[in-house]
Design a protein around this ligand. Sequence first.
Ligand SMILES: C[C@H](N)C(=O)N[C@H](CCC(=O)O)C(=O)O
Ligand code: MG
Length: 368
Amino acid sequence: MKITDIQLAMLRVPLKTPFKTALRSVAAVEDIIVTVHTDTGHVGYGEAAATAVITGDTHGSIAEAIGRYIAPRLIGQDIANLNRNVHLIQTALERNTSAKAAVEIAIYDLWAQLYDTPLYRMLGGGDPVIATDITISVDYIDKMVADSVAAVERGFESLKIKVGKDIGVDIERVKAIHAAVEGRALLRLDANQGWTAKQAVHAMHQLEDAGVHLELLEQPVRARDIDGLKYVADRVHTPVMADESVFGPAEVVDLIQRRAADIINIKLMKTGGISNAIRIADIAALYEVPCMIGCMIETSISVAAAVHVAVAKSHIVTKVDLDGPSLCTFNPVDGGVRFDESEISITDAPGLGIRGVRGLEPMPAPGE
Ligand SMILES: C[C@H](N)C(=O)N[C@H](CCC(=O)O)C(=O)O
Ligand SMILES: [Mg+2]
């Protein structure tokens, strides 16, 4: 099975409600979809999210990275040579992790299709049903409480509460949500870099002293502030999770050795795809540090790949934040992974199981 063509398209899917964090507000998925075509007629699917405030990736940079740097290296390559193809993608240019992720996902999809096997089995197997949390966007307290209660009524047993806007209001936000859903859902906080280290310790002590049990605190401080992350992790009982502070395996090793976080959030858009996500999970397993697998604002194309990784690495990926498809107004994918509110299940279809994607707007290759 040889690669004959790589095409890009834009996919727009409105969200059910605006997604709001300390870093940004967004009303729709606007992602670049990659299709990798082969001489056998098999097609592999990938997706790149342009989360400029986290990865630095934009629509323009993704199209340029794939069209000018990555795709020319892959045309003519044999899908059977997975490691070689991954190496060609990862060494095509620096950074540009979302572009690399999209192409890698499509290559892994085809590699598993070649062996007529679902991807998670090619990655080591596992139980093909997992449960995700759902994000509660940062907003007025009453709105966040209503959204949290509604999510619990939809069957979500874990809520990821966005904070990081205003420390005083954030504490009240969490207390109010805790009072409304106590005993019915676990609460995770994600400050998306919005606090200082001292503010984070203050907020967590206030919440811990008030009896608010939290499963974890995600990325309280600026991404580069590893000392700040460690300052918080050393002083609060709630486990601290690194998100924006860690992209690749080398950063994970550094973070773990410095004991700057208790949990690692793996996202394919940060790692540059599946190969480094697996590497990070294996490193974390070596040090017995649990991981979450998360997503950006993505549809059931790239999130499907994350689901396959989560299932195959469930011994160390113990937490799942793959709610992107649940936030969308519709699922543009035919086939693929099934997203049914909190329950996510993989079928027996080969690869990612994607038969087609509706609503793609073809994009010209850079330079055309
Ligand atoms: C969508 C997911 N639950 C989530 O919260 N991801 C964010 C970043 C998403 C974005 O801004 O696109 C996170 O974990 O920080
Ligand atoms: Mg996060």
